[in-house]
Design a binder for this molecule. Structure first.
Ligand code: SOE
Length: 384
């Protein structure tokens, strides 16, 4: 049966994330037909009329706006989806919450901890449903890792290790600002810490609980770049690479690395968790596979199992193809939409909420402060 209740979306931002989210809205009804709600692509907003009109035609939005405040003021929009550069997240979210709109915000929640705190306060005051697109949680193999850990199979956890490696900024001629807003600290808030490690931290907090304290180093390898807006050679304020280690509240040790200077790696997100009885590991380049080692297996047969996460019993998979046929990056966004729609039905929060994402922001802040001061930072000091 087709979903009867509408969730009218107003999406702001027509870049890479605007496309991933739009694809999620379009696909969800075909594969999750039993949901009570269905997204309606009511309006899309971007400053450039020609660009936003093309985007609306391509993705099937019913109307366009060039002013996000006008979009938020519309009565025919239920939820605002923020896909803008980070510098706009807080201002838009505060206005959307004040207008009583639900909010789906692209990660990271904000550029800074104070902005993130203001966003949490705003959605709590307004009582509006909210979520943050930390999409990797919703890949079936990552959700399966969560189920295995929660079942206690690993026993006491000793180690959590994660990497997010890219190589797209190893080019001194790459500009910052404008189209390359991720390179501009004023727009992004930070470099790999907020852009890539935030994903690793979100997954880690979800799988392994809170982080108590951190010790970090960051590096900016190329110190000056031309700024797209001013045309001037300007100091680069973002971290190109960040390494940190930490203590989790459960007593385990964490080791994290992210860089955009690892030649040969485009988006190598990996994690490995070592417990008393068993270990698991996962790699975004082979995203339908979860590796599992259990020391309790008979010694003659003991070894890493390579679980191809495509079975109908695996998370989300009953909605897709037959066993053996895998999913891709885009499905994590379809799943996020499905879970958000489900949360409307059940009236449960859709995690990660703004409040959950605030914990990630606190760890990111502790990491950046630790690197700046060359000292351990207790994440508890960032609690309001
Ligand atoms: C950066 O290159 C980026 O696109 C991030 O912004 C995304 O969050 C990450 O999933 C892939 O890499």
């Amino acid at each position: 049966m087709n979903a009867s209740k509408e969730l009218r979306i107003g999406l702001i931002g027509t870049g890479f994330m605007g496309r991933t989210h739009s694809n999620g809205y379009k696909r969800v009804g075909d594969f999750f037909p039993k949901l009570a709600y269905r997204p309606v692509l009511q309006a899309v907003c971007s400053r450039n009329l020609e660009k936003v009109t093309d985007f609306a035609q391509q993705w099937g939005y019913a109307s366009v706006e060039t002013d996000w405040q006008a979009l938020i003021a519309r009565d025919d929009i239920d939820a605002i989806d923020i896909c803008t550069p980070n510098e706009w997240h807080a201002e838009i979210a505060l206005a959307a919450a004040a207008a009583g709109k639900m909010i789906l915000c692209e990660k990271p929640l904000a550029r800074t901890l104070p902005e993130a705190e203001a966003m949490v306060a705003a959605v709590e005051k307004a009582g509006v449903r909210n979520t943050v697109w930390y999409n990797y949680r919703r890949l079936p193999a990552v959700t399966l890792a969560k189920q295995i850990i929660d079942s206690g199979q690993l026993g006491r956890i000793f180690h959590y290790r994660a990497n997010f490696l890219q190589d797209w900024t190893i080019n001194a001629n790459l500009s910052q600002g404008g189209g390359n807003w991720r390179m501009d600290v004023a727009s992004a808030g930070s470099g790999v810490t907020g852009d890539l490690l935030a994903h690793c931290i979100d997954t880690a907090l979800w799988l392994n609980g809170s982080i108590r304290d951190v010790s970090a180093v960051t590096e900016t390898f190329i110190k000056e770049r031309v700024h797209e807006q001013t045309g001037e050679l300007t100091a680069v304020g973002i971290d190109d690479a960040c390494l940190f280690h930490c203590h989790f509240e459960n007593g385990s040790l964490g080791l994290f690395e992210s860089t955009r200077y690892a030649r040969g790696h485009k988006a190598l997100y990996t994690f490995e968790i070592n417990g008393e009885h068993a270990s698991i590991r996962w790699d975004l380049h082979d995203l339908n596979r979860l590796e599992y080692f259990d020391h309790r297996d008979a010694s003659a047969l003991r070894g890493w199992r390579s679980i191809h996460v495509t079975d109908g019993e695996h998370p989300y998979l009953s909605q897709w193809w037959v066993p053996g046929l895998g999913l891709g990056y885009e499905h994590s966004f379809v799943h996020q939409v499905a879970d958000f729609l489900k949360s409307l039905e059940t009236d449960e929060p859709c995690h990660p909420t703004f409040l959950d994402a605030l914990q990630t922001q606190r760890v990111c802040q502790a990491v950046l402060d630790s690197a700046a001061t060359r000292s351990w930072q207790n994440t508890g000091i960032y609690e309001a």
